[in-house]
Write a protein that binds this ligand. Structure first.
Ligand code: FAD
Length: 309
């Protein structure tokens, strides 16, 4: 029996979170197969075959995978799944849509957001917005799980795995790709950035004006609270937290952020947290390594200017 990992990619490269899923899968000490579903995706399959720890790449090439949809990828995984002991992927928006469908179709439990694998079917996962860690054991014959990417190191290159083409079932026709609105940015991907500069709703319309130069100074990514996103000051895809992206960078700036538990759930594993807030009692200060009680509209430009010297 082997482990099957659903690889995620942006059409050009395999995502970092897939490399982290490969590291997580090493816990089973079983052969690891990586499923690459795409269109004109030979180079992706080749890249996947070089990831250390991967024994085999299953290459699913089909026109309808130019923009992979959850229903179609789930149908493919179900077709392949019976031969595997574990089906896993990173806990990303896409896999959170695919793997529960797979678990339901295979009639097994879905174990999501695993931060540690303590034995082959025993997992640690956060509950109550990260305030409690629960240990769960699954007795299903096929284990279906997503792992929290930031809890595992990324597998590097170093393999030369076999690439095997797989038969792809026709599109289910249950959903249709219409269009994608993407924020074009030369900044690193939020989930894997070394530095994240996040802001709350108090930044208002000046969100980008104040935070971009600071993020640029560190080559970091921008993040936001849900309140900032809901108010329309920041785009949805940079929301950090329980219902956004989970990050664990080396340095996290929380600027004008109160520190609600749903936000903390997405960033409290950051190595160093720097908070700027004019309220000395803001909960974020309980988690910050460095705290500055100040008006952000003065402190942020001063900090950016000082760092640029
Ligand atoms: P506020 O709580 O309004 O805080 C603003 C802060 O800015 C305050 O601390 C204030 O002192 C400070 N401030 C104001 N003006 C200045 C100034 N001039 N200088 C310095 N400081 C200033 N939230 C998330 O972030 N991510 C999630 O994924 C998420 N998921 C959620 C899921 C659910 C089911 C629910 C119910 C809520 C969720 N939330 C999430 C919302 C969360 O509960 C908070 O409402 C939100 O995080 C607050 O955002 P904020 O810190 O920007 O705003």
């Amino acid at each position: 029996m082997s482990i099957l990992i659903l690889a995620e990619h942006d059409g050009n490269h395999i995502k970092q979170s897939t490399r982290q899923a490969v590291s997580a899968a090493a816990a089973w000490q079983l052969p690891i197969h990586l499923l690459v579903a795409g269109s004109s995706s030979e180079s992706l399959a080749k890249e996947a075959s070089g990831i250390a720890g991967v024994a085999k790449v299953l290459h699913a090439e089909a026109a309808h995978f130019e923009h992979p949809l959850a229903e179609d990828v789930a149908a493919l995984l179900v077709q392949l799944g019976a031969d595997y002991k574990v089906i896993l992927s990173a806990h990303t928006s896409f896999s959170k849509s695919v793997l529960p469908r797979v678990a339901a179709l295979l009639d097994v439990a879905m174990v999501s957001d695993v931060v540690s694998i303590t034995a082959p079917a025993t997992y640690v996962r956060p509950i109550y917005a990260g305030n409690v860690l629960s240990t769960v054991e699954s007795s299903d014959a096929i284990q279906v799980l997503t792992i929290r990417a930031t809890s595992f190191a990324a597998a590097t290159d170093g393999a030369n795995a076999e690439v095997a083409k797989v038969n792809v079932p026709p599109s289910t026709g249950l959903s249709r790709w219409v269009k994608e609105d993407k924020t074009v940015s030369d900044r690193p991907e939020l989930s894997s950035a070394r530095v994240v500069v996040s802001g709350g709703r108090s930044l208002g319309e000046r969100f980008n004006e104040l935070l971009e130069p600071l993020a640029h100074r560190f080559g970091g990514a921008l993040g936001a609270t849900r309140a900032a996103v809901d108010a329309g000051f920041a785009p949805n895809d940079i929301q950090v937290g329980q219902t956004g992206t989970i990050v664990a960078p080396e340095l996290y700036f929380a600027i004008g952020i109160s520190g609600a538990m749903q936000h903390l759930a997405g960033m409290k594993d950051s190595k160093i947290i720097v908070a700027i807030n004019h309220d000395p009692d803001a909960p974020i200060f309980q988690y910050a390594d460095y705290g500055l009680v100040a008006n952000l509209f003065e402190a942020v430009p001063e900090l950016t200017a000082a760092l640029s010297k």
